[in-house]
Design a protein around this ligand. Structure first.
Ligand code: UFG
Length: 330
């Protein structure tokens, strides 16, 4: 029996594959390598290069492998890009998942763990944000993830496919060994850009807005270590395999840090000056996003352990310092 990891060459998916293999699971990876990296795929995983929107390809994989459950990371995930190319996001994220659910139905695979996002909440009425907050996405990316949650809900009714949807807050860090890490092109995320600045790849980092209603004026986010995040996926699989009902969980550390606090902490970790400039707000950025992860802790028994911001930045730094060009120029 194998776990099928869709998007297993991406930042978060590749970390899932490493943890699954460490825990003695057989892993099959599917990735179209559009944003993922071949070098990020664990050498012991069975890899199929192909696109989730291709039912013929998916049938081939499901037929060849004996798939027990699916963990689905394959998606486009840049908020800014999603606002410029909405149809590309509906196509890959919504239609792509529709095809996966079709293949699961045909091959009688009943469990799926799905990567969702805090972006489903939009500008929350209250922080910390609990799963009972009404979703109200303010960007196409969040909308596509919310639509998939609804699609899975109806597939559960019709075909008894059980799902766990995990709404990630700000995922960061890297495998402690530094073997794999974050490499987006273009990079838009805060921690990689701070660390690239520490490496001298940028003169400075621009703080997108210092006039928010927060103690130091810069936006506050809830950063969760990728290792802790993946641990929740393994617990979600276990939960489904033990008869757990379909459900939705937030994954965050329940603590918020401002952009300026993150830069300060990165200066301490790297010893680099990391120059900053003040810039305008980035469109659509909410001021504060902090998760309540009580439900995941209670129901899944999830207890994130690498929650210190310094630990997260240290692990990310370990990757960036040793791989200044990420997986290399392509
Ligand atoms: N930021 C800067 N300068 C930069 C980059 C980022 O000031 O050069 C700020 C942003 O304005 C934001 C914070 O750093 O306030 C974090 O930004 P990221 O781009 O790292 O992350 P986001 O909070 O925008 O997005 C993350 C995920 C998305 C997900 C979203 C959910 O990356 O996939 O959380 O709200 F949709």
């Amino acid at each position: 029996m194998s776990i099928l990891v869709l998007g297993g060459a991406g930042y978060i998916g590749s970390h899932a594959v490493y943890q699954l293999i460490n825990q003695q699971n057989d892993v099959v990876v599917v990735d179209n390598l559009q944003t993922g990296h071949r070098e990020a795929i664990h050498p012991e995983a069975t890899f199929y290069k192909g696109d989730i929107r291709n039912i013929v390809f998916l049938r081939y994989v499901f037929k060849k492998e004996s798939i027990d459950a699916v963990i689905h990371f394959a998606a486009n995930s840049l908020v800014g890009e999603s606002m410029k190319k909405p149809l590309a996001y509906f196509d890959n994220n919504v239609y792509g998942t529709q095809v996966i659910l079709q293949a699961m139905t045909e091959f009688n695979v009943k469990h799926i763990v799905f990567s969702s996002t805090a972006a489903v909440y939009g500008n929350p009425a209250q922080v910390p944000i609990a799963e009972t907050s009404d979703p109200n996405p303010t960007n196409t990316y969040g909308e596509t993830k919310y639509i998939v949650e609804k699609m899975m809900y109806w597939m559960n009714q019709a075909h008894d496919i059980k799902y766990v949807s995990l709404r990630y807050f700000n995922v960061a860090g890297a495998l402690h060994s530094g073997e794999i890490g974050e490499d987006h092109r273009p990079e838009t995320h805060l921690i990689p850009i701070i660390l690239q600045t520490a490496l001298g790849q940028h003169d400075h980092i621009t703080i997108f807005g210092e006039d928010y209603d927060t103690p130091d004026g810069s936006p506050i986010r809830d950063y969760i270590h990728v290792d802790d995040l993946i641990q929740a996926h393994l617990q979600a699989l276990d939960y489904l395999q033990h008869g757990g009902a379909s459900d939705v969980f937030n994954l965050g550390s329940s603590e918020g840090f401002s952009v300026k606090e993150m830069i300060k902490s990165a200066r301490k970790v790297t010893g680099a000056p990391i120059l900053v400039e003040s810039g305008p707000r980035r469109d659509g950025d909410p001021s504060v996003l902090i998760a309540s992860s009580d439900k995941a802790q209670k129901v899944l028994g999830w207890h994130p352990s690498r929650i210190s911001i310094e630990t997260i930045i240290k692990d990310a730094w370990n990757w960036h310092r040793t791989h200044p060009d990420g997986y290399g120029r392509e």
